[in-house]
Design a protein around this ligand. Structure first.
Ligand code: FME
Ligand code: ZN
Ligand code: ZN
Length: 428
């Protein structure tokens, strides 16, 4: 049963709801979170060794076994396990990524790797929202449940993975095919969501599927010549047509989002031109120019037809045009959010018990939970952060310590519920 204080919607200032900014002694959970933030697991050269050492120490403190699994020569996955009373049952995975995106120091109020805490209890740092907070919240929720003497039938694996921010090729994408992953006998996974609730009320977005990320570079070739002439059939003219086709489609989708009140970002396709390359000098017409696009496609779109559309745009822009996908995730599996999914039912009941209003959403970006779904494991994305502006990948990313601490209570309730789901018919 949830303590009365945790049933209140947390407004970040309500002491009863738990977790006021600490004036005086800091909660050890907050100190641990800040310590994790100071480990520079930032691309392009993340200090994974530092994170692994930290997690090994934490697991020893928790009295739980820790496995470090080599997925690639320079990439490991860390798994801290709390065995269930019936370890034959399918397990629960609490997933988080260790890596963070780069931060440009000059745009930050404080050093992004110093974990500075201001007088309001706001902790600044790269990874405060995305998603070192969640990794530590799992740990602290487990620590507290253990200290209360609780045990659950299902084993709980806290998983810390590399390279989510760069597509997970050497991280989760590879790990789901690893024998150690199969050995987990996974039933249900929790992962992050980038969508927070900026308002006061506890409205949580639960991610049951994601848009398909596509990264494409279109290369246009054409005639070279002197920059003072009207050279025919240039790479730039073709690139201009390609760009127009992609960006006109972008505008249509933008309008569709703006004119339909029921739509959110997860329901339309986004297109952004993110890189343009080519040229050698002002006065040399180049033979080659390219543009790269980041495209995010909702699961309702037929991916094959979309790819045909891209082909048509490129063919219409002229000859000598080729394209290459740097990223093309084709799986469109959805985790059911209805009575047919006992994990969902359990998760939703925990949310209900905490008076949290749940909104089902298609995540507009990509997380590692897409690899769970693609491998047919149900997964829900969830980050318990309300009253917090969305600052993922942004400057001055921060999280209030009160919000962070309240999230631990939420995970205690969620974890105990999902790890207690009775044996399913398929497990009998
Ligand atoms: C497309 S693979 C990169 C994954 C990354 N995830 C979070 O930001 C994203 O850009 O959505
Ligand atoms: Zn993330
Ligand atoms: Zn991210």
């Amino acid at each position: 049963m949830l303590p009365e204080k945790d049933k209140l919607p947390f407004d970040g200032q309500n002491e009863k709801a738990g977790g006021l900014p600490s004036h005086g002694k800091e909660d050890p959970a907050v100190s641990l979170f800040r310590e994790y933030l100071r480990i520079r697991t930032v691309h392009p050269e993340p200090d994974y060794a530092g994170a692994v050492k930290f997690l090994q120490r934490v697991s020893a403190e928790l009295g739980l076994p820790c496995k470090v699994i080599q997925v690639f020569p320079d990439r490991v996955v860390v798994i801290v396990t709390w065995e269930g009373t019936n370890p034959q049952l399918k397990s629960i995975v609490l997933n988080s990524h260790m890596d963070v995106v780069p931060a440009v120091q000059e745009h930050w109020k404080y050093d992004p790797f110093d974990a500075f805490k201001d007088e309001k209890g706001n902790i600044y740092g790269r990874g405060t929202q995305d998603m070192k907070s969640v990794g530590i919240q799992y740990i602290e929720a487990v620590r507290r449940l253990k200290a209360e003497g609780r045990r659950f039938p299902r084993s709980i694996h806290m998983m810390f993975v590399p390279d989510e921010e760069i597509g997970g090729k050497k991280g989760m994408e590879a790990f789901v095919k690893h024998p150690e992953f199969q050995a987990l006998n996974l039933g249900f996974a929790l992962d992050e969501v980038g969508l927070l609730s900026p308002g006061r009320s506890f409205l949580v977005s639960l991610i049951y599927t994601e848009k398909n990320p596509v990264g494409i570079t279109v290369k246009c070739t054409g005639n070279p010549g002197h920059g003072s002439r009207f050279v025919e059939n240039t790479a730039a003219e073709k690139l201009h047509k390609v760009m127009a086709a992609f960006l006109e489609f972008r505008e249509k989708e933008r309008q569709r989002l703006n004119t339909n009140a029921c739509f959110s970002l997860g329901d339309v396709t986004t297109v952004n031109m993110t890189m343009v390359k080519g040229g050698v000098a002002y006065n040399v017409v180049p033979t080659e120019m390219s543009a790269s696009f980041d495209i995010r496609i909702p699961p309702t779109v037929n991916l094959k037809e979309f790819e045909e559309q891209i082909k048509t745009w490129c063919e219409a822009a002229g000859d000598g045009i080729t394209y290459e996908f740097a990223q093309k995730f084709m799986d469109q599996t959805v985790t059911p959010t209805d009575e047919s999914n006992p994990w969902w039912v359990a998760f939703a009941s925990a949310c209900n018990e905490m008076n949290m209003t749940v909104k089902h959403e298609i995540f507009p970006a990509a997380t590692d939970s897409r690899f769970f779904r693609a491998a047919s494991y149900p997964a829900i994305g969830f980050s318990p952060m309300n009253r917090t502006p969305i600052l993922l990948h942004d400057h001055n990313e921060y999280l209030n310590e009160g919000v962070f601490l309240h999230g631990i209570n939420i995970y205690m309730c969620v974890i105990s519920t999902i790890a207690s789901v009775p044996a399913l018919p398929t497990e009998a």
